[in-house]
Design a protein around this ligand. Sequence first.
Ligand SMILES: *[C@@H]1O[C@H](CO)[C@@H](O)[C@H](O)[C@H]1NC(C)=O
Ligand SMILES: *[C@@H]1O[C@H](CO)[C@@H](O)[C@H](O)[C@H]1NC(C)=O
Ligand SMILES: *[C@@H]1O[C@H](CO)[C@@H](O)[C@H](O)[C@H]1NC(C)=O
Ligand SMILES: *[C@@H]1O[C@H](CO)[C@@H](O)[C@H](O)[C@H]1NC(C)=O
Ligand SMILES: *[C@@H]1O[C@H](CO)[C@@H](O)[C@H](O)[C@H]1NC(C)=O
Ligand SMILES: *[C@@H]1O[C@H](CO)[C@@H](O)[C@H](O)[C@H]1NC(C)=O
Ligand SMILES: *[C@@H]1O[C@H](CO)[C@@H](O)[C@H](O)[C@H]1NC(C)=O
Ligand SMILES: *[C@@H]1O[C@H](CO)[C@@H](O)[C@H](O)[C@H]1NC(C)=O
Length: 504
Amino acid sequence: MKLGFASFVSTAVAASAIAGARAACPDFTTFAQTPQGNPSSGPLALPYMRPSPECRTFNSSAVEKVVEDLKSRLKDPDLARLFENTFPNTLDTTVKYFNATENLAFIITGDITAQWLRDTANQFAPYHVLLAQDKELATLVKAVINNEARYVSEYPYCGAFQPPPESGLSPSHNDWADGVTVNPPVNNQTVFECKYEIDSLCGFLKLSRTYYQATNDSSFMNTNWFSAIDSIFQVIWEQSQATFDDNFNLVSYYNWTGGNGALSPAVPNGGNNAPRAYTGLVGTHHRPSDDITTFSFLTPANAMLSVELSHIADVLDATHQAQNVSKLARQYSSTISKAIWEHTVVDDVFAYETDGFGSRYVMDDANVPSLLSLPYLGFLDTNHPAYVKTRKVVMSRGNPYYAARNFSGVGGPHVDAWHPWPMSHISAIYGTDSDSEILNSLYTIANNTGGLGLIHESISIYNGQYTRPWFAWANSYFGEMLLDLAQRKPHLIFTDGKPYTPGQ
Ligand SMILES: *[C@@H]1O[C@H](CO)[C@@H](O)[C@H](O)[C@H]1NC(C)=O
Ligand SMILES: *[C@@H]1O[C@H](CO)[C@@H](O)[C@H](O)[C@H]1NC(C)=O
Ligand SMILES: *[C@@H]1O[C@H](CO)[C@@H](O)[C@H](O)[C@H]1NC(C)=O
Ligand SMILES: *[C@@H]1O[C@H](CO)[C@@H](O)[C@H](O)[C@H]1NC(C)=O
Ligand SMILES: *[C@@H]1O[C@H](CO)[C@@H](O)[C@H](O)[C@H]1NC(C)=O
Ligand SMILES: *[C@@H]1O[C@H](CO)[C@@H](O)[C@H](O)[C@H]1NC(C)=O
Ligand SMILES: *[C@@H]1O[C@H](CO)[C@@H](O)[C@H](O)[C@H]1NC(C)=O
Ligand SMILES: *[C@@H]1O[C@H](CO)[C@@H](O)[C@H](O)[C@H]1NC(C)=O
């Protein structure tokens, strides 16, 4: 998620035990807008942008080792600097609260003081390879999962949350939630924003299963976690239903009406958005950008859901738990996958959204899950004909939210059609085997950081102006992608051309 143009100023008070000595630390939103340390020795001369050690919110020697390893091996000092700034960014800046005894952690997105289910899953994605080596980092991730299990079990329709009461941190006021009426109703001391986005729940599933895969530790599966899982299946069932039943009764389990503070105008049909017919797909009100969907069935979010349900079934089977849930997860995973192929693809092109009545919206939005990121999500291979063709459409004028001039890429209505997002190029790199396409996307990103060496939300094709100086997810995604290239395409980036796996 993201809110446009760094205009959002959080009002939360930093008061946790771990923040005690940090009163003198600069606010990273401000810090990130001016070049700080020495520039890199490449042509881009990117500044060192990590906060000073005493201002970092979590220290991991395993993460520092990866940073040093890559710095010594990358050919291009500008890429080395980008990695150094971005890979640790989540740990350097976003851990607002962590107490291992309580098994609770509160992680912010960057410039917004709230914990987004989607963002945290993405922010921690690059560190999973290190969890077996760094027990404290693993404990932190487990504490994030546990905090989110509480949120999801109580408010499965919501995606962004306030600090846990144990933290002593004050809730933040969300201007964008002013004047919004949401059903089921929420308590704003717990919920920061209650837009319903199915991929938020996928984020929780993904964080849980990647933690398990990295550690073999199933102790996160406590009562809250199983309760969260039950809530997720309730939402999946409710949101697979058509708008009307056989007697034209309105089927509404969740509705959201925009008011003065909302990003979008009032949502039609009593906050239910556009009508939909049953297909087996799961509807979603909002996109991963937090914008309202045009048609309810968001293809890439369903693809992610299908993938994550099958992973969570594997984890439950491996730990011999909740066979009823595992069975249900596999059924839904297969129903959703079949429905994607049957209802969203025409002439090998996926629609971004459909409604079950035959309407298709051919576009893509940069926020992951996106069509461009289908291989990253694990839904299909980069060389699948439907992906190859869809990718061509999405990275061209065939996509209303593609734009190219000084900067290029896929954006979305969240900012506007002439601000593509660097994130789209990261997804594009995951989606190709072509060295030239990879290098082109990599340097489109590197050349366009506003001289700051951090990954921003979006960049104007007209004047290079960027939005969101501090966007932890984008930084993490860049670091994750470079580690992927370190294994997949070492000859492109390393002096010695040999593959690199963290911790080996
Ligand atoms: C990280 O390490 C630095 C010393 O290098 C220390 O000042 C800082 O308090 C540590 N941060 C945390 C969250 O422990
Ligand atoms: C963590 O929480 C426990 C239990 O509430 C408390 O006793 C302890 O002081 C906390 N630790 C820190 C570092 O805040
Ligand atoms: C919660 O809602 C109440 C009533 O609308 C409002 O006065 C208060 O400022 C809100 N609190 C936060 C943290 O947004
Ligand atoms: C909104 O959702 C609630 C359930 O959360 C439901 O009872 C109500 O009928 C819905 N209202 C409309 C207008 O759809
Ligand atoms: C987890 O268990 C599998 C299967 O027993 C094993 O191959 C793997 O090395 C284990 N991973 C860790 C981090 O212990
Ligand atoms: C699975 O079974 C458990 C124990 O009977 C029950 O509490 C839970 O609600 C079931 N979950 C689902 C998703 O059916
Ligand atoms: C990046 O900038 C360099 C130096 O100006 C230029 O040679 C290169 O073509 C640019 N790459 C891309 C993909 O824009
Ligand atoms: C954009 O590109 C044009 C030429 O293609 C150049 O004159 C202009 O300075 C560039 N603007 C920025 C902000 O890079």
